[in-house]
Every structure is written in C-alpha cells, then in structure tokens.
Design a protein around this ligand. Structure first.
Ligand code: FES
Ligand SMILES: [Fe+2]
Length: 510
C-alpha cells in the first residue's frame, strides 16, 4: 500500500457548504462538519478482490472479530425465534432467549458439528440438533444428550454453547464473535447523532431485497460508495445530482458522502442545465447531459439515439450497435432507456424542474416537508431542504450503509459463502412506522439470483434501474482486476473506499 497525504483539491463546482448556505431553512451544524480523511491508502493490491488468501484472512481477522449486523429485532420478535446468519463460510445463530434478551452462538452442534439450524425458526423451546438429538436451552445450557451414559466427559459445564457478544443499535442486532471485543456502543461512537430527526427505532423494514452478484463483496460495496461513478454510470442523474462536488467525511468507524439533490452535476454546462430537456420521460426518453444526444426507447432492447448533429443510430440495451449512421452509444443510458421496465414505468410522465438550484430545492423541500407533516407534526418546519432531499450515504465498517435523514435505503454487502468472487447485495427500505400504529411485520427477503434483473423486485421502484446500471459494471471489474496489479482511488472523491481500506488494513493487522 502507498501512503499519500490527504488531497486538498476540490471540484470547481459549487461546494456543498455553499449549497447549504442557500438552504431555505436552518441547517444543522452536523451537516457542515468537514472531516476529511487523514493520510490513508490511495492504492491497494488488485489481488485482495479475488485471492483465496485474502478471503481466508478476512474470515479469520475480520468476520470472526468485528461488530457486524445480523438482522433486525423485528425478524425475531418472540421468545424462541432464531435467525441464522451466514457470513463467508461461517454461520451463527441469534436467538431471542427472553422477552428482552438476545443470545448468539456459533451455528454448530458440539457433538459432530451439524449446523444446529439451517433456516430461521419461530418460537423454539430448545435448540435441538436434528442429527442425534442433542439439545440446548435458549440460553445455551446443555439440556439433553440421547444415551448420555455413552459420553462420560460431556456435561453442561463442558458442552454448553459458547455465547458470542450481541449488541443492538437502532433496532438492528449485531454480533461480534471475538471474545475480547469491546462494546458495540464504543465501536459506533457518535454515529447515532446523525439520525436524530427520524431515528431507526421509529422505522420498520418495509422492503428487503437481496441479490447475488458476480464479484467480490468489496468490489460491490465500493461501487456504491462514491458519487464519482455518476458521470459515466448514471448519466440519467447528472441533471439532478451534485456528484463531483459531493462532500465526504470520515469519523472513526464510519464515513459519509453527501451529494446535493436538484443541483446538477458540475460536469454539465450551465447552458444545458438552464435548458432542461422538456420532452424527457423518466424511463423512455432521456438526453445525455454531457453529449446532448437523445436516447429513446423503441421497444425493450431497442434504443434510438439521435445526435446533436442529427445522425441516428439504433442500439440494444447493452449499447451494441444495430443500425444507422451513429455507431457508438452510452451503455448505461442504453441500459436505462432500453432495459426491462417495471409495470407503469413506460407511461410515467416527464417531470422537469426549472429555475435556479435554490428554487428547485426550496420547491422540492417544501413538497417533502408537507409529505412528512402528518408523521412529524410542525417539527418539519425546522428541517432543512438538505436533510429532506440530499442523499447522505453512510458506511459503517465493515459492510453496512444506512442512508441519512429521511432516506429509507439501507444496504449490506457480504461475501456469498466461501466464494471470494461472489457476494450478496441487500437493499432494505427502513420506513417510518405511521403515528399511533403498531409496528408492521418486517418484509420478507426477496432473493434475486445472479441472472435476475433488479426489475424483478418492483418494490425497489426506480432504484432497480439505478442498480442495474451499477451492477452492469461489476463482472467486468472482477474480470479486469485479474489483469491489474493495483487499483488507485481519488484523493477526495473516493474518500469512502480509502477509509474502508484504512480500516480493513488495521483490522487484518490485529
Ligand atoms: S451432530 Fe448434533 S447431535 Fe450429533
Ligand atoms: Fe451507482
């Protein structure tokens, strides 16, 4: 790894703090805090994304020794409910052993090793191994051994289940298998201070989608961790997202990226920003904000591209040339316009904001404020446009990313079993529990496999289209890494992956 000094250069676009200055409402000081990364790696070996050696090291030094989220408390509401948590080739169970008590154990029978549970269970009285019937109490004490006379050395003293540290934050359940682990509260530090407007305790899991991806878990996580990729991967967002002028901060074991909404990318010219494409429809007709070319859906898998000098080309949803006198097209915009659509997307009307960025933000902030008034009462009048509109993307080491303020998105990335080149991306929507109502039951996990399109989870809404763009890159990243020695991160714009590698290196060196 190469150590570099923190970069001090920033995008020439308007800064996030200047955008906050134009907010129509007072801004909480926590948003303005500048906490750039101290010296840390900008370069890491490409092999850490595919080598078996790294995978084994992470198993021993990371997953066996770090605080990690397992599930939500709502997933195990009753005494005896048990959740099976698989990470890498390891498996643990979390059990609600009493009304307000959670226990965690390695998911392995102490007789001959069978997984005690192979799926989540409800209202168990005992943890009983299906192989020969050994059984433990929900607290882990050995209760029963068939033909116990045949195991003279086995007793509750010697063969009770080994308890693992359990922690709770915001309604989520965490474990740390390291017997010497410090408390979760210490690990998270002041993280909760970022969520005081709508704490996670007031939310429930309304959506849960998991998708298997053909890449290392770090490749996937890093692909979501910076706004730098927006210019190439999400051209559809350039008109409404401050990407290159995003703000990045690190704090102990967590980091954040804030990108201004309704501002427009510094990459696009003011001429184009001031003249929005009025014929635009969200999913079927879009102008590429850098080139000015217009992409139009003819049918699924067929996109017509009209250039600014009136040439026309036809492409499939992977940007492959089919016909016409324009020979190249943007793969991600072809994917957006020509890829699969969920029901109703095709007919969604265009929605083009005009005016200055401050006017756009005030208008959108007002709409959002009113939509939250029934939930939060007149407290909404104290909330800035920034916290109502801007994607604030937190990452807690090693692998969860709750979005800030009123954005319900919550990600987790983890290895898929023992395969260093496959991972699971989870997206949950943590929605507020309506006032005066009981907590709704948590959403069941909707699992999508390698070949599935995110659009098969219509509960993701437009995010499914965004994820398709993101994950379109991933198998090619995984492939390309094998022909590369090192990857390099931007000093500032890739602060978050740099911070992650800083934390990872420290954890693996312990
Ligand atoms: S392996 Fe569990 S009882 Fe034998
Ligand atoms: Fe993305």
């Amino acid at each position: 790894m190469v150590e570099t000094l923190t970069g001090t250069d920033r995008s020439a676009g308007i800064s996030y703090n200047e955008i906050l200055d134009a907010d129509s409402h007072p801004v909480r000081p926590i948003l303005r805090v500048d906490s750039p990364l101290e010296p840390g790696p900008t370069v890491v070996d490409a092999s850490i994304y595919y080598s078996r050696e790294q995978h084994e090291l992470e198993k021993e030094k990371l997953w066996k020794r770090v605080w990690q989220m397992v599930c939500h408390e709502d997933d195990i509401p009753n005494v005896g409910d048990a959740f099976v948590y698989d990470i890498s080739s390891l498996s643990y169970i979390v059990v609600r052993s009493a009304e307000d008590e959670l226990r965690a154990f390695p998911n392995a029978c102490l007789h001959r090793g069978r997984s005690l549970l192979h799926e989540n269970e409800k209202k168990l009285h005992l943890l009983r191994c299906p192989f020969h019937g050994w059984a433990w109490s929900l607290e882990g004490g050995l209760k029963e051994v068939p033909c116990h006379w045949d195991f003279p050395t086995v007793s509750a003293e010697t063969h009770s289940l080994e308890s693992i540290h359990v922690g709770r934050w915001g309604g989520f359940v965490f474990i740390n298998p390291d017997p010497d682990a410090g408390p979760l509260e210490e690990f998270l530090g002041d993280f909760a201070d970022n969520f005081t407007l709508l704490p996670f305790e007031r939310r429930y899991k309304a959506v849960h989608v998991a998708k298997r991806l053909p890449c290392n878990w770090k490749v996937a996580q890093e692909a979501f961790s910076e706004a730098y990729h927006t210019v190439a991967t999400h051209p559809t967002l350039l008109g409404t997202l401050g990407d290159a002028n995003s703000k990045y901060d690190v704090f102990g074991n967590y980091s954040r990226a804030i990108s201004a909404h309704n501002v427009g990318s510094p990459h696009i010219t003011s001429e184009r920003y001031d003249n929005p494409y009025m014929e635009q429809t969200p999913f079927t007709k879009q102008r590429h904000e850098l080139t000015g070319d217009v992409y139009e859906r003819m049918e699924e898998g067929l996109v017509k591209v009209t250039t600014t000098d009136d040439r026309t080309g036809y492409f499939d949803d992977w940007g492959r040339y089919l016909d016409g006198d324009q020979f190249h097209a943007d793969i991600h915009l072809c994917n957006w316009v020509g890829g699969r659509l969920a029901e109703g997307m095709e007919d969604e009307p265009g929605n083009v904001y005009t005016g200055t960025f401050a006017e756009r933000r005030e208008k959108a902030g007002h709409e959002r404020r009113e939509s939250l008034r029934s939930l939060l009462g007149d407290d909404v009048d104290q909330i800035s446009d920034a916290e109502l509109l801007d994607p604030i993307y937190y990452s807690v080491f090693p692998n969860i990313s709750p979005w800030g303020s009123f954005n319900p998105i919550f990600y987790r990335f983890r290895p898929d079993g023992d395969n260093p080149e496959q991972c699971i991306h989870e997206c949950m929507f943590m929605m507020p529990v309506p006032n005066g109502e009981d907590r709704p039951a948590p959403a069941k996990c909707h699992f999508l496999d390698l070949e599935d399109d995110y659009i098969e989870a219509p509960e993701l809404g437009a995010l499914a289209k965004v994820f398709n763009q993101d994950t379109l890159n991933l198998p090619f990243v995984q492939k390309g890494l094998k022909s590369l020695k090192q990857v390099i991160f931007a000093n500032y714009g890739e602060t978050k992956p740099r911070h992650f590698h800083h934390q990872l290196a420290a954890q693996l060196a312990k």
